[in-house]
Design a protein around this ligand. Structure first.
Ligand SMILES: [Zn+2]
Length: 357
């Protein structure tokens, strides 16, 4: 189990000598120190033992009778307004009385001494870049993925292992690039079928589908030295045999379209979490790019309903006469800005692999 914890303990009394009358809460520093790497922050009572994500907790010790309440409140309020969950260690019996009156009033308005504030549901945005494959337009693809990477937007790249009669291993430019970026925390490489042909999945028995997944996994192993966790059925074609095959082959995330996923954001079967696309950069029905408003509003609706959103893009739809179409590229930059605005409001940005309900 990848269980990684950090518990930060401090005593508010230690802050007294350092806090002048004009003390200002260290809002910026606190945010930057904690929120940058996509870690989830829980109080110790809000921790779920089964989670595999990284967790930071704050413990503020030694609240007790008739001590420097103003400093205590300053420190704890700073954590609260910065949405940092905390567990307060309370000395319940000191000087013959349980809690000072002012401490009791303060706690009764916000929480009880042994509880922490209720944790808001975490909203999550993910980006999926589809159809990395041998001998496609690598320059546009790299332009789009690099843009996301340098803007700190986590992305899940769906990789077609074998296409056009050849493996990704034979396109050394693509292979080298994928082997470099796979090491970034913000990059996930997902299995996008095997050959990505029409009806490759959703129309065979389970054994045949497992065989194709195995072929894809073998190329991931030999060319990328990687075991993917996310399965993306080509053309979003799948049936029950497909999800069972994906699960049997060890995949734990399943990403199709929300329009044909009956179990969005659920585990079905157990161990295979569905993480469907809800918003897209391109409208394939009418063959034209979708607008900034369309892309962001679809995502926003899903954030409100499911606390999660996956935005899909295909680098090929950004091709222009000079490699990358500047108008389409501008939409990408605007959506990135919108995503960072959501992040500043508390939305998490993760890869599909990192997503936790
Ligand atoms: Zn695809």
């Amino acid at each position: 189990m990848n269980y990684k914890l950090l518990l930060i303990v401090f005593v508010s009394g230690l802050f007294i000598s350092q806090i002048p009358a004009s003390y200002t809460a260290p809002t910026t520093e606190l945010r930057e120190a904690i929120s940058y790497e996509g870690d989830t922050i829980y109080s110790s009572t809000g921790t779920t033992p089964t989670q595999t994500i990284k967790t930071i907790m704050f413990r503020d010790d030694d609240a007790h009778l008739w001590y420097n309440f103003i400093t205590f409140k300053n420190i704890t309020d700073t954590l609260i307004i910065n949405r940092i969950p905390q567990t307060n260690g309370v000395i319940s019996h000191k000087g013959g009385t349980i809690y000072s009156p002012i401490l009791r009033v303060e706690y009764s308005t916000r929480t009880t001494p042994t509880q922490t504030l209720p944790i808001q549901p975490i909203k999550t945005i993910m980006f999926r870049v589809d159809d990395a494959q041998p001998w496609f337009n690598f320059i546009t693809f790299k332009n789009i993925t690099d843009t996301l990477i340098i803007n700190r937007i986590p992305l899940t790249i769906s990789v077609i292992p074998y296409s056009g009669g050849t493996s990704i291993g034979n396109d050394t430019t693509l292979k080298t690039y994928l082997n470099t970026i796979k090491n970034y925390d913000t990059v996930e490489l997902a299995l996008n079928g095997y050959m990505h042909t029409v009806n490759e999945f959703g129309y065979r028995d389970q054994a045949a589908e497992e065989a194709r997944i195995s072929s894809g996994l073998a190329i991931f192993k030999s060319e990328l030295n990687l075991v993917p966790v996310t399965f993306i059925p080509p053309y979003h074609q799948y049936n029950t045999a497909t999800v069972n095959a994906a699960k049997n082959k060890g995949l734990t995330r399943f990403s199709t379209g929300s329009y044909n996923d009956n179990y969005p954001w659920q585990e079905k079967p157990s161990g295979l979490l569905h993480v469907p696309v809800v918003s897209e950069f391109y409208d394939w029905d009418v063959n034209r790019p979708r607008t900034y408003d369309q892309i962001t509003s679809d995502c926003q609706i899903s954030l409100e309903k499911y606390n999660a959103c996956v935005i899909l893009l295909h680098s090929g739809t950004f091709n222009g006469s000079a490699v990358v179409d500047p108008v389409k590229y501008k939409t990408l930059l605007e959506v990135i800005n919108w995503t960072h605005k959501k992040e500043s409001e508390g939305v998490k940005l993760v890869t599909i692999k990192q997503y936790v309900r």
